[in-house]
Design a protein around this ligand. Structure first.
Ligand code: FAD
Length: 461
């Protein structure tokens, strides 16, 4: 059996690994430029976070609980993955233990999310303890932004994704059944209810028995031409910054809660004298090779204010920009399409690296015709948009996130009714947007407000 995997990010490579581990005799081609343009994987932290990613309302639906089950299974899976790919550590920097801060850099949304993480950790008996923020190694915030509470999530880790991807690719390449093809797929040739072949950018053509589309935020570029009812995937343009300093060596991941439409600010160990800080998020219908100067300003300032004010004298090594694959309903796309030999894995937004050992293995299991958790059906690539927020929930949540984001971006309201007026204005704007797109019974996910506003996602009006 020949399998073509389109895309060479973490999901493409972990899918190949899962096939090799299945024991079935397959030939695998992985297509993608070695430079990996726009790769989310290479820009990631990559934090292996599960509880640290939770917000106060994260587990309110059965589908969210399913996604969280996958995330917890991934936490359990990572130690064995490291044992397999980089048993001695070698060139791959990774570790476990994430400090979560509750500071006053923005408003009370942080407090609610911090409390929620703590409560969910207790509910699921996750190893976690309260710590005095002053005991966090190399935590030197500006005093005005210091945390008064902190948690240590003991099993939540991180890995340098570039080093890991290299090690994973090197291991896959030692297997004669795996071929890496350094180009892009420019078109999928469909006929007779299946994919007949892939046309490559170098003019050649690749045929296979099964195709896996794992090309990240570019998914709609190929899938869109097939005429299948697959929702649009957007580019969640994110920036992370690599720093070098011998005096600010971070031994653990240090991060805030998720906040204001993004994942907060964090630092992770990235090498013996390297630290990565992240991350920005700007959702766009088109790809951008570079991120905004304003994002770099906010990120550097937040990292110096909230994590380590000595970062000012670290060396700035590089700015990574990657595209988080962000679906029109914010949930991943995993499973078989209505074409008999086309499978999709993608749309994993900001936790795809962490989820990869579990969702890639499950995809391969289902490609073999074996059963997987039946809740995966809800993530089927040709589903209708999942709309599990009510209009009121969505509007209230978006108002909160936008105000929280404003405080993160130096907003300082006048000592009058300015804040209330601003909240009212945002709410009025969102109500009229919901009216315009026909969102009476459902709500627009906060991060996708502008994708609805500018007609990139159709409403129901
Ligand atoms: C700044 C940032 C921080 C993040 N932090 C974390 C984190 O801490 N933890 C976490 O779990 N996740 C994190 N993420 C999210 C995570 O990186 C993604 O969910 C995950 O990497 C998606 O993997 P992928 O393989 O689908 O996509 P990608 O890594 O984008 O890989 C897709 C690959 O396909 C290639 N490709 C595109 N088009 C074609 C084509 N036509 N033919 C062939 N190849 C093609 C691309 O060049 C790319 O190499 C972060 C993302 C960003 C941007």
């Amino acid at each position: 059996m020949k399998i073509a995997i389109i895309g060479n990010g973490i999901l493409g490579l972990m899918t190949a690994r899962a096939w090799l581990r299945s024991g079935i005799n397959v030939e695998i081609s992985i297509i993608g430029r070695q430079s990996r343009p726009g790769s989310a994987t290479r820009a990631a932290a990559a934090m292996l976070n599960s509880f640290a990613e939770l917000e106060y309302d994260s587990l309110s639906t059965p589908l969210d609980r399913f996604k969280f089950d996958l995330s917890r299974a991934a936490t359990a899976a990572w130690p064995a993955v490291f044992e397999d790919i980089c048993p001695t550590g070698g060139d791959v920097t990774f570790g476990f233990g994430t400090y979560m801060l509750n500071n006053s850099a923005t408003d009370s949304l942080d407090d609610d999310n911090f409390n929620a993480v703590r409560e969910f950790a207790a509910e699921f008996a996750e190893p976690c303890e309260d710590v005095d923020p002053r005991d966090i190694p190399n935590y030197h915030p500006d005093p005005r932004y210091r945390a008064l509470r902190a948690l240590l999530l003991k099993r939540e880790g991180w890995v340098n994704p570039k080093q890991f991807l290299d090690a994973l690719q090197a291991k896959l390449a030692t297997n004669q059944r795996v071929t890496f093809i350094d180009t892009e797929v420019s078109k999928l040739d469909m006929g007779g209810g299946k994919i007949r072949g892939a046309e490559l950018a170098d003019g050649s053509r690749l045929e296979a028995d099964a195709f896996v589309l794992a090309n990240g935020a570019n998914l709609s570029r190929l899938a869109g031409e097939l005429g299948l009812p697959i929702q649009r995937v957007f580019y969640g343009i994110g920036m992370s910054i690599e720093m070098q300093s011998a005096e600010n060596i971070h031994t653990h991941c240090v991060r805030t809660t998720n906040r204001g439409l993004a994942c907060g600010v964090y630092s992770v160990p990235y090498g013996p004298d390297r630290t990565l800080i992240g991350a920005s998020n700007y959702i766009s219908p088109i790809p951008h090779d570079h991120a905004h100067v304003g994002s770099a300003y906010t990120l550097l300032k937040a990292a110096m204010d909230q994590i380590n004010n000595k970062f000012y004298r670290a060396n700035l090594i590089s700015v990574n920009v990657g595209w988080r694959p962000t679906t029109s309903d914010t949930y991943p796309l995993i499973g078989k399409t209505s074409l008999e030999n086309l499978w999709i894995i993608g749309g994993t937004k900001r936790d795809g690296f962490h989820l990869s050992p579990v969702i890639c293995a499950d995809l391969v299991t289902s490609m073999q015709g074996k059963s997987v958790d039946e809740r995966y059906a809800q993530l089927a690539p040709e589903r209708s948009l999942i709309r599990n927020l009510t209009r009121e929930e969505a509007i209230s949540k978006t108002v909160r996130h936008q105000i929280n984001a404003a405080f993160q971006h130096d907003f300082s309201p006048a000592r009058n009714r300015m804040l209330e007026q601003l909240e009212r204005n945002i709410r009025t704007d969102l109500e009229s947007l919901h009216d315009r797109v026909g969102a009476a019974e459902w709500g627009i996910p906060p991060e996708l407000t502008d994708m609805y506003r500018y007609h990139h996602i159709p409403g129901t009006a």
